[in-house]
Write a protein that binds this ligand. Sequence first.
Ligand SMILES: C[S@@+](CC[C@H](N)C(=O)[O-])C[C@H]1O[C@@H](n2cnc3c(N)ncnc32)[C@H](O)[C@@H]1O
Length: 280
Amino acid sequence: MNEQGGRLPVEIDSTVAHEARVYDYWLGGKDNFAADRALGDAIAEHIPTIKTMARANRAFVGRAVRYLVQECGIRQFLDIGTGIPTSGNVHEVAQSAEPSSRVVYVDNDPIVLAHARALMTSTDEGATRFIFADLHDPDSILSDPALAETLDLTQPTAVMLVAVLMYFRENSEVEQVLGKLVDAVSSGSYLTITHPTADFDPEAMAGVVASAQQSGIPFQPRGQDEVAALFEGMDLVEPGVAPVLAWRPDPEPSGITKLHPEHEVDPRSAYYWAAMARKR
Ligand SMILES: C[S@@+](CC[C@H](N)C(=O)[O-])C[C@H]1O[C@@H](n2cnc3c(N)ncnc32)[C@H](O)[C@@H]1O
């Protein structure tokens, strides 16, 4: 049973912190347990603004998807490392801009699976599917029948890897996974990444890495050059690899800046790089 009294699938272990639930805790969600909140709080000791960071990353998802639909004409999304559904899911943003948008979500956390079934709906014109799979095995994602039933990879597709690649320790492994995903999509497709970094506050990020590792979660921050290298051979969209808060910020004050009505938010204060690039 979960804390709201519902029945949990057997494979959900509430005693061990999970990435998706820690992130849900920071976003103010209810789908988290004591172990998740303990790790979330331990990390917050190193980065007191962590909840703002999580919201900044989430707000980026909305801006990126709107940009892809409205400015790039993208109608298909492959969002890997989806997270527990929250407000502004990819399909909601995409389909409100263009109802025929089609979205495939992928996550390897059973609690995301449990929620995805219940929450991920679609417009009649579009489609939304969920694949329970691990990004370490991109072939299992690409060969899943739900993908071919929902997306036509001969047409431009946006591959979204938002706040997920830090769980891969080795750059070589990230490059291998990205190579397969980018190979699988057509010319004119887009790759979107956000990634935590130690570039802005090395000491704070070292604390985050240590807390995550104590909880058994690999966590590998990457520098701006390393993130830029992930887009090799692709054309980066302006402004390139930028602090997540500074990537095409909304002209109107966002929810993030409203959190701090009395002062300007330093765009580097959310320790994430964000970038998007087009496949030639
Ligand atoms: C920090 S959340 C990010 C959620 C969402 N992309 C966002 O930025 O708002 C990371 C998500 O990636 C998922 N994840 C972590 N490792 C994964 C893997 N190897 N394969 C698939 N999903 C993974 C976690 O379960 C979690 O839901």
